[in-house]
Structures are given as C-alpha cells and as structure tokens.
Design a protein around this ligand. Structure first.
Ligand SMILES: [Fe+2]
Length: 286
C-alpha cells in the first residue's frame, strides 16, 4: 500500500482511539459523581461544575477532531477520484492504440474512430449535454469498434458483398467489444454505448433490436456520427457521398435508422459548417 495512504490510515486510527478515551473519561466522571452522591453521600468531591466542564471540553474536542477527519476524508476522496481517472485514461489509451492498430491495416477505415469521436462530441455539445456524459461518450466513441479485433481481415476488408455467415460475424463486434473492455471493470456507462451503437431507432438494428428511448442516448449519437463517417469516406466498393447525398441520407434515416432529434442536431452542425464534408475533394481526386 502507498506510504501516504498507510500513514493517513494510522492517523485515523489514532484519532478514533483518542475519541474513545475522551468519552471513557467523561463516562467515568459522571459515574464517580453519581457514586459519591448516592452511595457515599459526598456531593462535593466530584462537583456538578467539574462534570459539566469536562463534558464541554470532551464534546468540543471531539467536534474539532470530527471536523479534521471530515476534511481529511474529502481530500482523500478527491485524490482517489483523480487516481481512478488516471487509471481509466491509461486503460482507454491502451485500447485506443489497439483500435489504431486495427484501423491502420485498412487505409479506408484509418482514423475512423477518431473522426467519429469528433462528430459525436459536436452533436453532444450542440445538445448541451453535461461534461461528465460527454467524457463517457468520448471514451466509448474512441474505442467503439474494438470488437472488430477478433474479425479476420478477409471479412473486414472484403470489397464485395458479405454473405449471411460473414454478416453474422460482423454483427458480433459490439458484444465482442464489450467483452474486451469488460476487464476494465469501471467502464460500465461506456460499455452500454459500445454494445448498442448499431441499434436502429425503428428497432431493426443489432444486437438487441432496441428501439427509440430503449437505446442509450450515447449509442444513438454514435449511430449518427458513425454513419456520417462511413458516408463521408471512400470505400473500396464506392466513392464518398456528396454533401447533398449525405444530407438526403440523414433526412431519410430520421425515425428509421436515426433518432430524428439527433439527426436534426447533426444536420444543423453540417449546415453551420461544424464538420468537414470532404467528399467533393475525394471525388475530384479520383
Ligand atoms: Fe461498429
């Protein structure tokens, strides 16, 4: 155990013992007062004033000690939260580097998770979501396709149409992703976003066929951001879609693939030039 925590723990133990002793002294004083008064009939030996003075002293002292302990606990708690955040960040970075390795194998998906994270954050900010949730969303988005690590390159990079069996394998990646990050047991909120990022608003998505409000908010945001990046990127079997085509697809997907409110938020982000549509450039270059 860390030396600092060890010394704090023993300091708490000393304070506790000290409090017990003070209470014991007070109880003894009251006991003596009663003994002298009722058994020996000698009221003046342990006077009422002496007991009251002792009680006041003991209570003031304990009150002070409690205040000091409370401050120490608050400091300790803040330090523990910081340490937990650091561990989480280190774990996320480890998983992120695995995702980058996975994406680097395919020039068409290189940087996909990073771009999706940026789009998801833009949506979350436009929806005025709180910082805590944006941070959870950022973590989940940056590793959302980690489950693809277990899928063979033949399927992942297949230029043509996938057969049913191959589709079944692809559909396992959200739950496989959750299994991979389950070893990091404090990623609970992120896990549900990763698990449901391919659900559809109309309930025809996977893995659980959740619909509308059953789908976690972060997963619905991720679904819009993920699809946008797919449409905005050139793939082996098609070019990136044009600005108008992307807007048309997002409009068409409202209430079907996408939560209409979130799709509208993102359409506004696009119209306000909040994201870069690079398809024109890609098409001109081809
Ligand atoms: Fe995915």
């Amino acid at each position: 155990m860390n030396k600092k925590y060890k010394s704090r723990k023993s300091s708490f133990a000393i304070t506790q013992k000290f409090k017990y002793w003070l209470i014991l002294i007070l109880i003894s004083a009251v006991g003596l007062r009663l003994y002298f008064m009722f058994v020996l009939g000698a009221e003046g030996v342990v006077t009422e004033k002496l007991v009251l003075f002792l009680a006041l002293f003991v209570m003031t002292f304990i009150w002070k000690l409690e205040g000091r302990d409370r401050e120490r606990l608050l400091t300790l708690n803040a330090e523990l939260i910081k340490a937990r955040e650091k561990i989480l960040e280190a774990n996320i970075n480890t998983v992120k580097s695995l995702v980058s390795t996975l994406e680097a194998k395919d020039p068409y998906t290189k940087g996909h998770c990073e771009r999706v994270t940026n789009y998801a954050i833009k949506i979350a900010e436009a929806m005025n979501l709180d910082e805590g949730y944006i941070s959870v969303l950022r973590n989940a988005a940056s590793i959302h396709d980690i489950g693809k690590l277990g899928i063979s390159d033949d399927i992942l990079h297949k230029p043509g149409k996938l057969d049913d069996n191959q589709w079944d394998i692809i559909k396992r990646h959200p739950s496989d992703g959750v299994n991979i990050v389950s070893t990091l047991d404090f990623l609970d909120k992120e896990k549900e976003i990763i698990l449901h990022h391919h659900e559809r608003f109309d309930g025809r998505g996977y893995p659980d066929g959740l619909k509308e409000e059953e789908i976690p908010l972060g997963a619905k945001i991720l679904a819009v951001a993920d699809s946008f990046d797919a449409m905005n990127s050139t793939r082996p079997y098609r070019s990136a879609l044009s600005n108008q085509e992307i807007i048309k697809e997002l409009e068409k997907g409202k209430g079907q693939q996408f939560d209409p409110e979130i799709a509208d938020v993102f359409l506004n982000v696009i119209r306000n030039n909040g994201v870069e549509i690079k398809s024109h450039k890609d098409k001109n270059q081809e």
